[in-house]
Ligand binder design. Sequence first.
Ligand code: HEM
Ligand code: HEM
Length: 462
Amino acid sequence: MPQPPNFFQRIRYSIFPGTLRTEKVREGYRRLFNSLLLHFRPRSVPEDTLRWTLTWGLGGMAVVLVFLLLGTGVLLKFVYQPIPEKAYESILHLQRDVLFGRLIRNIHHWSANALIIVAFLHLLRVFFTGAFHTPRQFNWVVGSASFLVILFSNFTGYLLPWDQLAFWAITICTGGLEYIPWIGLWLQKLIQGGPEVGPATLSNFYAIHTAILPAFLLILMPFHFWRIRKAGGLVIPRGPEQSAGDRGQTVPAIPDLLLREIVVALALLASVLVFSMLFNAPLGDKANPGLSPNPTKAPWYFMGIQEMLLHFHPLFALFVIPALMLIALLALPYINFQLNTAGVWFASTKGRRMALIAGVAAVIGTPLGILADEYLIEVAARLPAIPTWITNGLVPLAVLSAVIVAFYVFMQRKYAAGNTEAVQMVFVLLLVAFLVLTVTGIWFRGTGMKLLWPWNMGILTG
Ligand code: HEM
Ligand code: HEM
């Protein structure tokens, strides 16, 4: 005759009803749990995919940073107040009076910035190891969506401290929205909650930042991991002579994979902690809508676009070019590539060489283009009768596109390369050009967004 459960057992059974069942039923529960878990985690992995130089642990680092942001973000909510009269003071109070308040803000700030870099490097590793082809195409799209969510999380978070930096950076960014055809002004009003950045913008950004975007991320991430499992795990490095189905030697995920993940996670946590102890998140003067700083700059991750604004008509710099880039990013895995390797950095030796040439061409060509536009070319002034969106938008874009197509055809013929290497080369060209624009915008633009030279940057004169 079985004993009736005592008080504590009754509590336990109410939480884990499975433990009340027979051994056979319990085994069923265990299997169900395991098979749910196996939708995300493999039991064994090909040894080749554990190679450090395949992933650099970047996807795992992004996961750690996201959880660090969720954790510190929730803590910040205990003190932060999303109204203009109190937001800035609540940050001061957090830093001065709350135990570990400054550290938590620093961790949130630096993890957020690190996440953009880590997720972007992860995107590059996936691209350059060709890990976005079938059956991983849709996961590239899911990853890209996650990257956009990360960018917008950073962007909405940027306003929250309500200092001069935050107020004016967001003002110029939302100001640019009006150049989106047809819906621009409506979208601007919707996001700002009114005709300009003010109390409604702050509460909008706060709700989007602390509820909507984290929810998106928490949906996209498990989906991303599930798709990795469905693709049979990470891309397995394979040369032209190896067959596609060969998984090579496999090893158990626990401990081989788990141990590596733990090492990466702990090393990253330690680095973020030390960095946050040494460097404080910036905080300027309280926002003053009547006094704009000069120059007013966008957050650093949008500086490439702001720099473009100095060279193209706003319709092109703020809408046409970013939209084309986004479409290209999403469509990339659906191009019909000629492939005979997988998981090999830059696809082949030829691919590596072509990428290097494209990188060097962009490092030299972009600054020359910036200088020429700054000091030599003034098409709009010479042709005042033609609208500037043609002279400063359509024409330069058409010229640049023609240069890129000519470069593509020339290099493909010269190296007798397939389209995998050639598309990769154009990707590198655009990527490096954008990075040069970003660096120029961040470090080489001063008052009135005029170009800064080393002698007027104070580097030579001290
Ligand atoms: C991908 C996730 C996230 C990113 C990239 C991110 C980014 C940022 C950034 C860049 C700031 C400005 C920090 C500063 O310089 O002061 C910020 C502030 C803030 N975030 Fe997040 N955040 C994320 C998730 C969250 C979550 C999940 C919450 C809460 C549920 C949250 C709550 C806050 C609060 C309350 C502030 C204002 C405090 C402050 O500015 O220091 N964040 N966030
Ligand atoms: C929140 C941001 C992201 C997180 C947390 C994340 C996480 C991960 C993890 C943990 C992996 C497996 C390990 C690794 O490759 O390092 C992975 C693989 C992958 N990720 Fe991401 N990822 C993110 C963003 C992205 C982005 C921006 C892209 C591309 C646009 C992307 C595309 C992929 C693809 C295609 C794979 C499979 C790679 C393969 O099979 O080798 N992910 N991701």
